[in-house]
Design a protein around this ligand. Structure first.
Ligand code: SF4
Length: 355
C-alpha cells in the first residue's frame, strides 16, 4: 500500500487526535473513507493506535486459545473457491461422516488438558440436516459439561435451529462473511451474502455470541478488505469474535495459485479490525502456519488476542502446539482462561483508563 507524504502528515495528526479522544465508545457507523484512512496510516502509527485501543479493553499479554475439530469433513455442496472441503473441487481430501459424540468428547477433553478455553466444532454442510441435528445438540451439551466454551460452525441456520443450539448451551456460532459484498460473487455462488447476514441475526436473536470474520489474500483489492471490515464493524452489535484468516492455498482449489498478500497488509487488516471492534476478540486464524514468528508477533502487537491452537484448522495444518508455547514464552504471552464477556471487559476498560 502506498503512503504519500501528504496522506502521512494528515494521518499522523488524525492518529494523535484520535488516541487522545475517548476510544471506549463502540461505533457502528464507520464509513469506507474512514476505514481506508486507517489502513493508509503509516504502519507505526497504525500499530500504536491499535495497541492503545487494545489495552483499554484487554490484558495485552493474554491470548485466548481455541481448539477446532472437524466433526464432518469434505463433500460440502457449497463452492467456496478457497475451500478444500468443497465437493466441487478435487483436493484429495479424505471425506468423513459426522463423528460420533464420544469421539468428539474425547477430543474436547484433550483440548482442555492442553490449555484450550474454547472448543470449536466445524461441519462441512450447507446447513445441518434434521437427521444430524440431535447429535450436534448432544455434542454441545457434553462438551459444555466439561467446562469448555463451545462454538460451532455448521453452515446456515434457521431461527429454530439457532434457538435449539442456544438451549443446548452453545456459546458461540461461527459464520464468516468471508469478504466484501462486492467481491463475494467471485468467491462463492451457492449461497448469498444476505443469507449469511440472516444466519448471524438468528444467532444473535437466540442469545448466542457471534463469531464472524473473513479471509484475506484471495485476490481481493484493498477496497475489499475495507468493505469486509465495514460490514463486520457496522453490525448492530460487533461480533464477539472476529477471525481474520490469511488464505491457505490448497492444490485443487480455484485459488491455489493466487498471488500472496503482503504480510504487512495482513498486519494492517488485524490492526484496523482491532480499532473498529475494540471489545471483540480478534483471532489470528488460518494462515498462521505460513507466518514466521516475527509476523505473528506483529499481529499480536496489532491487537490479535486469540488463536487456534492444536493440530489442525479444519483441514489445513497449524503450527505445532509446542512451537506456539515457545513463541508465547519468548514474547511473555500467557493463555487466557475462559473468555470474559462484554460487561467484564467494560469494567477492565474502566480500570485501565483510571489507572
Ligand atoms: S467453507 Fe464451509 S460452506 Fe464453503 S465449501 Fe468449505 S465447508 Fe462448505
Amino acid at each position: 500500500m502506498t503512503v504519500t507524504t501528504a496522506t502521512r502528515e494528515t494521518s499522523q495528526q488524525a492518529a494523535r487526535t484520535d488516541v487522545a479522544a475517548a476510544p471506549m465508545d463502540l461505533r457502528h457507523d464507520w464509513s469506507r473513507d474512514e476505514i481506508k484512512a486507517l489502513f493508509e496510516l503509516p504502519l507505526m502509527d497504525l500499530l500504536f493506535r491499535a495497541q492503545t485501543v487494545h489495552r483499554q479493553y484487554f490484558d495485552p499479554n493474554r491470548i485466548q486459545m481455541s481448539t477446532l475439530l472437524s466433526i464432518k469433513t469434505g463433500a460440502c455442496p457449497e463452492d467456496c473457491k478457497y475451500c478444500p472441503q468443497s465437493g466441487h473441487y478435487n483436493t484429495g481430501l479424505k471425506k468423513e461422516k459426522l463423528l460420533e459424540v464420544e469421539k468428539v468428547v474425547t477430543q474436547a477433553k484433550a483440548a482442555l488438558d492442553s490449555g484450550a478455553s474454547r472448543f470449536c466444532m466445524g461441519a462441512a454442510w450447507k446447513n445441518p440436516s434434521e437427521k444430524d441435528f440431535p447429535y450436534v445438540l448432544e455434542m454441545v451439551r457434553q462438551v459444555r459439561g466439561l467446562g469448555l466454551e463451545t462454538c460451532m460452525t455448521l453452515g446456515a441456520l434457521t431461527p429454530e435451529q439457532a434457538k435449539e443450539l442456544a438451549e443446548a448451551g452453545l456459546d458461540y456460532y461461527n459464520h464468516n462473511l468471508d469478504t466484501s459484498p462486492e467481491y463475494y460473487g467471485e468467491i462463492i455462488s451457492t449461497r448469498t451474502y444476505q443469507g449469511r447476514l440472516d444466519t448471524l441475526s438468528h444467532v444473535r436473536e437466540a442469545g448466542m455470541k457471534v463469531c464472524s470474520g473473513g479471509i484475506v489474500g484471495m485476490g481481493e483489492t484493498a477496497a475489499d478488505r475495507v468493505g469486509l471490515l465495514q460490514q463486520l464493524a457496522n453490525m448492530p452489535m460487533h461480533p464477539d469474535s472476529v477471525p481474520i484468516n490469511n488464505l491457505v492455498k490448497v492444490k485443487g482449489t480455484p485459488l491455489a495459485d493466487v498471488a500472496d498478500l503482503d504480510p504487512f497488509d495482513f498486519v494492517r487488516t488485524i490492526a484496523v479490525a482491532r480499532i473498529l471492534m475494540p471489545a471483540s476478540y480478534v483471532r489470528l486464524s488460518a494462515g498462521r502456519q505460513e507466518m514466521n514468528e516475527q509476523t505473528q508477533a506483529l499481529c499480536f502487537m496489532a491487537g490479535a488476542n486469540s488463536i487456534f491452537y492444536g493440530e489442525k484448522l479444519l483441514t489445513t495444518p497449524l503450527p505445532e502446539e509446542s512451537q506456539d508455547l515457545a513463541l508465547f514464552r519468548k514474547l511473555g504471552l500467557q493463555p487466557e482462561g475462559v473468555c470474559k464477556d462484554r460487561a467484564e471487559r467494560a469494567q477492565q476498560a474502566l480500570y485501565y483508563s483510571a489507572s
